[in-house]
Design a protein around this ligand. Structure first.
Ligand code: AMP
Ligand code: FE
Ligand code: FE
Ligand code: ZN
Length: 303
């Protein structure tokens, strides 16, 4: 017998706070998700776990389930890949060391970006970028964009990326990223699970993330693919969903919310099916057990 659904569970597994390039504090992020009717939220700041504690405390207060995660900057066959890592032990030495390396690469890139901007006669001070980055552990191009907006060089983060900071732009500078294969292994060793974020966001070029590449990554322990994401159009989602089905990978959907920092990524605009979350959490529980590490529990939200 089918039980009528009074309220479909809404699950959003990829969001940012101001500890990276979002604009909400972790507490605001959790409160906003609760207000938006999200039942299960993952906080996944770029390359840092510094928002976890505040988010977890708030989740307990407001009564929302919280999954602690990270969106790790990695590289695979020369292409940048964002890897969502859920529920790893945040004190795992190799994970900590590698995230530190990525954060250092972010810091080191700033002077290089500012030098490139000077070449096109745009003069920003590093202190201004850092002031606008506020509490962010992961300094990013969006913060440079904010400084460009403040200096009235552009009107928005979007325009800053389109005209100056994006790939091919005059102030584009690459930075260090972790090796994808190694990071999948590291997260597993830290008792967590991995999902590739927006794998086919660059529509015409999937790099090495084709069927064969994904099959190989699955064999190495990859748990899932983020299929439902704003950067994937309909046909892309359906092809990716089919591939995930063939490879028996977990399928996730999420907003990639950045507060007011990114247009068209409202909380819950894409969601994950409960069965898929369940599978992901089962895999995480198994990884945690095998690793012997102390992994963060899902905040139950039963206030
Ligand atoms: P970075 O992490 O410094 O390499 O910068 C990349 C980040 O910029 C990504 O995490 C995106 O969330 C963000 N981003 C990319 N394009 C845009 C855009 N057009 N508007 C706002 N944020 C963007
Ligand atoms: Fe971002
Ligand atoms: Fe991303
Ligand atoms: Zn993201």
């Amino acid at each position: 017998m089918r039980v009528a659904r009074v309220h479909a569970v809404r699950i959003d597994l990829h969001t940012h706070s101001d500890r990276s390039d979002g604009t909400d504090t972790p507490a605001e992020l959790v409160r906003n998700a609760h207000a938006a009717g999200i039942d299960v939220l993952a906080i996944t700041d770029h390359d840092t776990t510094v928002g976890w504690d505040e988010a977890a405390r708030t989740a307990e207060q407001v009564g929302i389930r919280l999954v602690r995660g990270i969106e790790v900057s990695t590289r695979f066959s020369g292409h940048g890949v964002h890897l969502l890592a859920y529920l790893p032990d945040p004190s795992h030495p190799e994970l900590v060391a590698e995230l530190d390396r990525v954060l250092e690469g972010r810091d080191n890139r700033l002077p290089a970006i500012l030098a490139r901007l000077r070449e096109v006669d745009i003069h920003l001070a590093a202190e201004d970028v850092r002031r606008l980055a506020g509490d962010a552990a992961a300094l990013g191009r969006p913060h440079v964009a904010d400084a460009l907006v403040e200096a009235r060089v552009v009107r928005s983060r979007d325009q800053a990326f389109a005209e100056l900071l994006g790939p091919g732009g005059p102030a584009y500078v690459d930075r260090y990223a972790a090796d994808l294969v190694r990071m999948i292994h590291t997260v597993r060793d830290a008792g967590g699970v991995t999902v590739i974020a927006h794998p086919w966001a660059s529509r015409h070029e999937h790099g090495a993330l084709d069927g064969e590449g994904l099959e190989r990554l699955r064999a190495l322990g990859l748990a899932g693919l983020e299929v439902d994401h704003e950067d994937h159009d309909r046909p892309t989602r359906e092809r990716l969903r089919g591939l995930a089905g063939d490879l028996d990978l977990v399928v996730t959907g999420s907003s990639d919310y950045h507060g007011v920092g990114k247009q068209g990524h409202d909380l819950g605009c894409n969601t994950t099916e409960p069965e898929h979350l369940e599978r992901l959490l089962e895999l995480a529980a198994r990884a945690s057990e095998r690793s012997g590490r102390e992994t963060p529990p899902v905040v139950s939200g039963a206030a």
